[in-house]
Design a protein around this ligand. Structure first.
Ligand SMILES: NC(=O)c1ccc[n+]([C@@H]2O[C@H](COP(=O)([O-])OP(=O)(O)OC[C@H]3O[C@@H](n4cnc5c(N)ncnc54)[C@H](O)[C@@H]3O)[C@@H](O)[C@H]2O)c1
Length: 284
C-alpha cells in the first residue's frame, strides 16, 4: 500500500514537530487535536519552523511552500482517520488517553493502516491490545526537538510484525531520521538510561556533592554528553521526568525510585523551562 497521507494525532510539543518533518518528507499531513487553541498554536509554530529552515538555508522557499500546502489541521478525528494511510499518535502520556485514542483509530482507519505511538515509556504491546490489529501497532519514539534530533527509536511489541517494522523504518528514513529497532522492555533504551542518569543527578544534588552547574559540567566535559542532566531535565520537564521514573520504578525496581529532591521540585511547581523555573532559573 502506498503511504501518501500521514495523520498525526496530538499537536503538542511532539506532534507539531512530527507533522513538520512528515511534510518535509513529502507526505500529505493531517494534524489533529481536540483543542482548537493547541492546533492554532501548532500551526504558528510549524510556520516558524519553515521560516527558520529557509533563513538557515536548510530548505528552499519553494519546498517550504509546497510542504505547507500539503498540510491540513483537523479537529475531527473520525474524518481524518478515514483519509490516513499511516498514523502517529502523540497525545499525552496517560494510558486512558492513549487507550481512547487507539480504540477510535482502530475503528476509523482501514485495516491495513499502521498505527504508531510516540510514547516515551509505555508498552506498545499493551497499546496494540486496544486495537484489533496489534501486528500493525509499533512505538515510533521521536526526540525533542523533533526537527533537530536524528534518532527514531522503534520498539516492537509482542505482536508487531516484521513487515510493520520495515514499513515504519522506511517512513522514518523518508523523514530524514536514523532508526534503531528494539524489542519492548520498560523504558526501551533511551528513556531507561536517561531517567537513571537524571535521577542520580538529583540524588547527588540532594547529597550536596556539587552545584547543578558543576554536576552538568562534569557530565558534559568528562563524559562527553552534549548536555548535562539538569539542563536536559529542565527541557524535558521535571514532571514528565518524574512520571517516567514512577513508571520505571514500578516496572524495573528500586534503581528507579524517584529522588525525593525531584519530587520536591515538582511539588513546588518548578517544572523546568516551561514554568520558567526548574533546577535553573529562566525568568528574564
Ligand atoms: N515532550 C517530549 O520531550 C517527548 C519526547 C518523546 C516522546 N514524548 C511523548 O510524546 C507524547 C506527546 O507528548 P507532548 O510532550 O507532545 O505532549 P503535549 O502535552 O505537548 O501535547 C499533547 C497534545 O495532545 C492533545 N490531545 C489530548 N488528548 C487528545 C486526543 N484524544 N486526541 C487528539 N489530541 C489530543 C492535547 O490537546 C495536546 O495538544 C507523549 O506520549 C510523550 O510521552 C514526549
Amino acid at each position: 500500500m502506498a503511504i501518501n497521507t500521514i495523520l498525526v494525532v496530538g499537536s503538542g510539543t511532539m506532534g507539531r514537530g512530527i507533522a513538520y518533518i512528515s511534510a518535509l518528507g513529502g507526505y500529505n499531513v493531517i494534524l489533529n487535536d481536540i483543542n482548537k487553541e493547541a492546533l492554532d498554536k501548532a500551526q504558528n509554530e510549524i510556520y516558524s519552523f519553515f521560516q527558520a529552515g529557509i533563513e538557515r538555508g536548510k530548505i528552499s522557499s519553494e519546498k517550504a511552500n509546497a510542504s505547507k500546502e500539503r498540510m491540513e489541521y483537523s479537529l475531527n478525528l473520525e474524518e481524518s482517520a478515514k483519509k490516513a494511510d499511516f498514523v502517529i499518535e502523540a497525545v499525552p502520556e496517560v494510558i486512558e488517553i492513549k487507550k481512547a485514542a487507539f480504540e477510535k483509530l482502530d475503528q476509523y482507519t482501514r485495516d491495513e493502516v499502521i498505527l504508531a505511538t510516540n510514547t516515551s515509556t509505555m508498552s506498545p504491546t499493551e497499546i496494540g491490545s486496544f486495537t484489533g490489529k496489534p501486528n500493525k501497532v509499533i512505538a515510533m519514539h521521536f526526540f525533542n526537538p523533533v526537527p533537530k534530533m536524528k534518532l527514531v527509536e522503534m520498539i516492537k511489541g509482542l505482536e508487531t510484525s516484521e513487515e510493520t517494522a520495515s514499513i515504519v523504518k522506511g517512513i522514518a528514513t523518508a523523514m530524514g531520521k536514523e532508526t534503531v529497532i528494539v524489542n519492548e522492555h520498560p523504558g526501551f533504551v533511551t528513556s531507561r538510561i536517561s531517567a537513571l542518569v537524571g535521577n542520580e543527578a538529583f540524588n547527588m544534588l540532594m547529597e550536596g556533592v556539587g552545584t547543578p552547574e558543576e554536576i552538568d559540567k562534569a557530565i558534559e566535559l568528562g563524559l562527553n554528553y552534549p548536555m548535562g542532566p539538569f539542563k536536559l531535565g529542565d527541557i524535558v520537564g521535571l514532571d514528565v521526568r518524574l512520571k517516567n521514573l514512577e513508571y520505571l520504578h514500578k516496572t524495573l525496581g528500586g534503581a528507579y525510585r524517584p529522588s525525593p529532591l525531584l519530587i520536591k521540585y515538582v511539588k513546588a511547581g518548578r517544572l523546568g523551562v516551561k514554568t520558567k523555573k526548574g533546577v535553573y532559573n529562566y525568568e528574564e
